[in-house]
Design a protein around this ligand. Structure first.
Ligand code: PLP
Ligand code: 3DJ
Length: 414
C-alpha cells in the first residue's frame, strides 16, 4: 500500500521554480502581496497596455485625429484582433472578429443560426448557464417564433432530436467550472441536423480550444476574462468558414455592409466575417485587447493547460487535506477532463467567508447562493498561491474569522 505524503509549502515553491510559464507573471501588473484568483471574471492587466493606450490617446487620437483610422491602422483592428484570438481557439484568422459584447454577439449568431434552420422551431439550451445566455436565447425565441427548451447539462445529448434548430451551450460553466466535450456534443448535434453555438467566455485563453477540430458552427466569447482585455473589453464572434456566406445576422449596421463608405441606401452584407460587425468599434477597447493578447506570445497552450490542471488538482487535494470537517464541499468535477480552469467550493457562509479571504488579500469571488469561486490563470497564478490561499481559507474557517459584521453585511455587487 502506498501512503500519500502530505504536501508542504516547499513542494509548491519547487513547482514554481520548475514552472516553464513562471516568467509570464512579469508580463502583468499585479498588486504586491495579493493573490488574485478572479481572472475568470476580470483578467489582470498586462503591464505594457497602459503605454500602448497612452500612445493611442496622446499621439494617434490627439495629433493623428481622424487620419488615425487609416494611418494608425485603427480601422482593421477588429479583424487583426480577431485573428490573434483565432490562434487561441483553433479557428482560422478570417473566421473570427472582435465586436460588441458577448450578449450582443450571442443575439446575432442565435438569430442568424435560426434563420439557417427553416422548419425547425426549438432552441435547446442548458439550465444553470450564465443568465445572459438564457435571457438572450429567450429573447431570440420570442422574436423568431421558436420554443426555448432548457434542460439539465446531463440531459443535453438525450434532448437532441430533429426538431432542434440550435443548441446553445457554454463550454465551461461559470459557477461549477464543469466543461462539456465540445467535439462529442457538436458531432451528436450535427447528426440530428442541429447547429451549435458555443459560448467560450470561461474557456478562451484558459485552455487549448479546437473549434474547427470539433467542426463547430458558431462561437462567442468575452475579451475581459482570460484574454485580459480590461473591464468591458469587446467580445469576439466565430463563424465557421462554411457558414459565413449564408449568415444573415439581424443587426444590419453600416460596419457590416459590403461597402460601408459608399453610404448607399440598401443594405448588402459584407462577403466576409465583417458582416458580423454592427457599428463603429469601441476603438480604445479593441486596441487595449489587441495589445493585451501579446501576453500569449510564445505560450504553448498545451503547456498552459497542463499548469492549469496541476493548479486545480493541487487546490482540490489541499482542500481535501486541510478543510475536512470545516463545512466545505467541492462543486467542480474532480476529473480534469470535465472541468475548466476554476475550482468552486460550496459553504453555507460563502459570502462572508469570501469577504474575509479578500480582506486577507486572497481575491476570489462569491456566486449566490453558496459558492466560493477560485479562478486559476496559469500565466500569472503561482503554485505557492494555491498553498497560501487554502491555508488562509483553513484559518478563516477554523477560527470563524468570517463571522464579523463587516464581512456579513452585503456590500459588493460582483
Ligand atoms: C458564460 C458567459 N456569457 C456571457 C457573459 C457576459 O456577457 P457580457 O460581456 O455581454 O456581459 C459572461 C460573464 O459576464 C459569462 O460568464
Ligand atoms: N461582466 C461582469 C461585469 O460587468 C461585472 C461583474 C462581473 C462580471 C462578470 O464577468 C461575471 C462573470 N461572467 C461570471 O462568471 O460570474
Amino acid at each position: 500500500m502506498t501512503l500519500s505524503v502530505p504536501l508542504t509549502r516547499e513542494h509548491f515553491e519547487r513547482l514554481d521554480r520548475d514552472d516553464p510559464l513562471s516568467a509570464c507573471r512579469a508580463r502583468f501588473d499585479l498588486p504586491e502581496g495579493e493573490i488574485y484568483l478572479d481572472g475568470n471574471s476580470l483578467g489582470a492587466m498586462p503591464a505594457h497596455v497602459p503605454a500602448r493606450i497612452e500612445k493611442v490617446l496622446k499621439e494617434e487620437w490627439a495629433h493623428g485625429l481622424i487620419r488615425s483610422w487609416n494611418d494608425a491602422d485603427w480601422y482593421p483592428a477588429p479583424q487583426r484582433t480577431g485573428a490573434k484570438i483565432a490562434k487561441l481557439i483553433g479557428a482560422q484568422a478570417h473566421e473570427v472578429i472582435v465586436a460588441d459584447s458577448t450578449s450582443i454577439n450571442l443575439f446575432k449568431v442565435l438569430v442568424a443560426a435560426t434563420r439557417m434552420q427553416p422548419g425547425r422551431k426549438v432552441i435547446l439550451a442548458e439550465k444553470g448557464n450564465f443568465p445572459t445566455d438564457v435571457y438572450i436565447a429567450a429573447g431570440v425565441a420570442e422574436l423568431t417564433g421558436c420554443e426555448l427548451r432548457c434542460v439539465e447539462p446531463d440531459e443535453v445529448l438525450d434532448a437532441l432530436n430533429d426538431s432542434v434548430a440550435i443548441l446553445s451551450l457554454t463550454q465551461v460553466n461559470f459557477k461549477s467550472g464543469r466543461r462539456y466535450d465540445m467535439a462529442a456534443i457538436t458531432a451528436r448535434a450535427h447528426e440530428v441536423g442541429a447547429l451549435v453555438v458555443w459560448d467560450l467566455c470561461h474557456s478562451a485563453g484558459a485552455m487549448p480550444i479546437e473549434l474547427n477540430g470539433a467542426n463547430a458552427d458558431f462561437a462567442v466569447g468575452c475579451g475581459y476574462k482570460y484574454l485580459n482585455g480590461g473591464p468591458g473589453a469587446p467580445a469576439f464572434v466565430f463563424v465557421a468558414e462554411r457558414h459565413i456566406a449564408h449568415v444573415r445576422q439581424p443587426l444590419t449596421g453600416w460596419h457590416g455592409h459590403a461597402k460601408p463608405f459608399d453610404f448607399t441606401h440598401e443594405y448588402a452584407p459584407h462577403p466576409t466575417i465583417d458582416r458580423m460587425l454592427v457599428g463603429t468599434a469601441p476603438q480604445l477597447g479593441v486596441l487595449a485587447l489587441e495589445a493585451a493578447l501579446e501576453v500569449f506570445e510564445g505560450v504553448d497552450m498545451q503547456v498552459l493547460r497542463k499548469k492549469s490542471v496541476a493548479l486545480c488538482d493541487l487546490f482540490i487535494q489541499l482542500c481535501d487535506e486541510q478543510l475536512l470537517g470545516l463545512g466545505v464541499e467541492l462543486r467542480t468535477p474532480r476529473d480534469a477532463e470535465q472541468r475548466g480552469s476554476q475550482v468552486s467550493l460550496a459553504h453555507a457562509e460563502a459570502y462572508p467567508v469570501m469577504q474575509a479571504l479578500i480582506a486577507r488579500g486572497v481575491v476570489g469571488d462569491f456566486r449566490a447562493p453558496d459558492i466560493l469561486r477560485f479562478g486559476f490563470t496559469p500565466l500569472y497564478t503561482r503554485y505557492v498561491d494555491v498553498w497560501d490561499s487554502v491555508e488562509a481559507l483553513r484559518e478563516i474557517l477554523h477560527s470563524a474569522e468570517w463571522n464579523r459584521p463587516e464581512f456579513i453585511a452585503r456590500k459588493s455587487v460582483t
